[in-house]
Design a protein around this ligand. Structure first.
Ligand SMILES: [Zn+2]
Length: 388
């Protein structure tokens, strides 16, 4: 069954429950708290962070696990008033968050990696707390949060029909508050399409399609470099620990956030276009780790290929389209027309084969990628059915 790995950093989070068409997806909305509510949100976040750090300290010095810590929570809530003022699930989820950090640490140890031990969190490193399915209620444009109040929500887009809210994460980003609602619903598939496309991701153009189209690379970092440099300079000039430096940091974060939003918006539009048009989409498996360490690291990360493929993947699942990934080996060296392998230098921008086939190298690669799932001239509808 299709399963989408959550990438909370991009705000995309969608999974298919196995064996059914229901989907779990996160919707993020801006909260508009008043002064009192803002203080309460901040106090809750601070208390959760304090709890997280204490629980971490405890696990460093004693051998005990999440369940023992959860039991002790009752005592903590009896003895300290600030914890009585927070919904119990929020505190439990904070302990689970720490437990997940430990699980990830142990898993990576077992895999022979050298992970860092879970760390204490300072103000900047801890930005959210979560409710389970109780402790909050969304009614119209008001989100009632237990022990915090009725907070106004900017419902920038409607939740899907017949959906149930499964969980809520309250998040602070650049001084603004957001509600991330995990929603379960059954998506309606798009009408079937018998068109197929292969995608080759690159830097010269963001993507080359097997039908000869190319999607340009928007290079958001480059475009906003001046603004970014200015904000960075401002931070560097201010004294460490000063109030004015903190303000400058916030402004820098906002610049980054704006670039990120522009990039996400662009990626959402491009991925939706593909999903609307094609019944079968084939891309290459990305090995970004290696790429992101090279000289082109900045450009590679700015392009946002991984995010793009994640978007295509979950949108395909949502719309009832097929999305496949293939091994990228020799995709740029093979001739899509006759299958001959011919080495090209990176500087050669054209594919010229002895069989007479001539085309831009990235488009040739996209055609090879498509050909690995759906050979030239094959019936797409049949292929779609067979890989499904
Ligand atoms: Zn050829």
């Amino acid at each position: 069954m299709l399963c989408f790995v959550p990438r909370p950093d991009t705000g995309i989070f969608a999974t298919f429950q196995s064996g059914s068409r229901t989907m779990l997806k996160t919707f993020r909305y801006r909260l508009v708290p008043n002064k009192t509510q803002r203080d309460k949100l901040q106090r809750t976040l601070d208390s959760c962070r304090f709890l997280y750090n204490c629980a971490l300290e405890q696990r460093r010095s004693q051998r005990l696990g999440i369940y023992e810590q959860k039991r002790q929570l009752t005592e903590v809530r009896h003895s300290f008033n600030e914890y009585k003022d927070i919904h119990v699930h929020v505190l439990q989820n904070t302990l689970f968050k720490l437990d997940r950090a430990f699980q990830a640490f142990f898993r990576r140890c077992r895999n022979g990696e050298k992970p860092g031990f879970p760390r204490f969190k300072n103000e900047n490193g801890f930005d959210s707390f979560a409710f389970n399915n109780t402790g909050f209620k969304l009614q119209g444009k008001i989100l009632s949060l237990c022990k915090i109040g009725n907070v106004k929500v900017r419902l920038s887009r409607p939740l899907p029909k017949d959906s149930t809210i499964k969980a809520l994460t309250v998040k602070r980003v650049c001084g603004a508050w957001y509600a991330c609602l995990a929603v379960e619903y059954t998506p309606t598939p798009l009408p079937a399409s018998d068109k197929a496309v292969g995608i080759d991701l690159g830097l010269e153009s963001f993507a080359a399609l097997s039908n000869g189209e190319r999607i340009g690379n928007p290079r958001f970092l480059e475009k906003n470099a001046r603004e970014l440099r200015r904000a960075q300079r401002r931070v560097a000039r201010r004294q460490k620990g000063s109030h004015r430096r903190r303000k400058a940091v916030l402004r820098l974060q906002k610049v980054h956030e704006r670039i990120r939003n522009r990039r996400l918006d662009w990626l959402h539009k491009r991925s939706t276009e593909l999903i609307r048009k094609y019944g079968l989409i084939v891309a290459e498996e990305l090995h970004i780790r290696g790429l992101a360490q090279g000289v082109l690291a900045k450009q590679v990360l700015d392009a946002g290929w991984a995010t793009f493929l994640d978007m295509v993947s979950y949108k395909a699942a949502e719309a009832g389209r097929r999305f496949e990934k293939v091994e990228p080996k020799y995709t740029s060296q093979t001739c899509p027309a006759c299958g001959a392998v011919k080495k090209k230098k990176l500087s050669e921008r054209m594919h010229r084969c002895d069989c007479g086939y001539q085309i831009h190298r990235d488009i040739a690669a996209a055609q090879v990628i498509l050909g690995r799932i759906c050979p030239l001239g094959a019936n797409v509808a049949e292929v779609v059915a067979s890989v499904a």
